[in-house]
Design a protein around this ligand. Structure first.
Ligand SMILES: [Zn+2]
Length: 205
């Protein structure tokens, strides 16, 4: 008998759109009301909170939650951790939640593998990097949402001018970071901005 594939819930939006708070809320709901086992995964490139912990910046949100941490560059060892946990709890893990999906290598294939193994998957993350270009494989996941019936939730953040902000503006010492700076930078600071106020010095094209 083949396993019925899981469903994919994608939570996207720029910085400060409460993606992590929304992910934690959905995990709590599944645990509390649906009696599901939800495993929360955290890529090692996410340095927002302490190791093994996912934390929302939203003060009204669920706050912190324990997570299974893995190397962003290689999510595959997580499959063994899932199998070991299922052995221990004596049932299938109903849902796998991934925070900061943009940092995860092989995200498309890894998510597909989880869905095919019958897990529901929830992924939150940034679609665009500080240059306004696709970040990791987050945008690719929208194809999986069509393939394995699921949904995309677009969370909104606002620019200081009041318009909807789609771009993550990276600021270094209060100034817009140049195009040539690294994609992942420790201690970087972001501000959500609209297209009109998004500034990217040194753009080659
Ligand atoms: Zn603006």
């Amino acid at each position: 008998m083949s396993t019925l594939p899981g469903k994919l819930e994608l939570i996207v939006g720029p910085m400060r759109s409460n993606k992590t708070a929304e992910l934690l809320r959905r995990i709590e709901t599944r645990r509390e009301y649906a009696n599901q086992y939800v495993m929360l995964l955290k890529p090692s490139a996410d340095t927002k909170a302490a190791a093994g912990l996912v934390e929302s910046r939203n003060r009204n949100g669920c706050g912190k939650m324990q997570a299974v941490e893995f190397y962003s560059s290689n999510p595959w060892p997580v499959l063994a951790a899932i199998a070991a946990t299922e052995q221990k709890i004596g049932k299938r893990i109903e849902c796998i939640a991934i925070d900061e999906g943009q940092f995860v290598s092989d995200l498309f294939l890894f998510t597909k593998r989880l869905l095919e193994a019958g897990h529901d998957v929830m992924v939150s993350g940034l679609e665009l990097d500080f240059r306004g270009l696709p970040f990791g494989e987050m945008l690719d996941l929208s194809w999986l949402v069509r393939m394995y019936p699921g949904n995309i939730t677009e969370l909104v953040a606002y620019c200081a001018c009041g318009a909807k902000a789609l771009y993550p503006q990276r600021l270094v010492d209060g100034k817009p970071a140049p195009y040539a700076s690294p994609i992942i930078m420790a201690g970087d600071f972001y501000e959500p901005r609209c297209a009109e106020h998004f500034v990217l010095p040194g753009l080659p094209h």
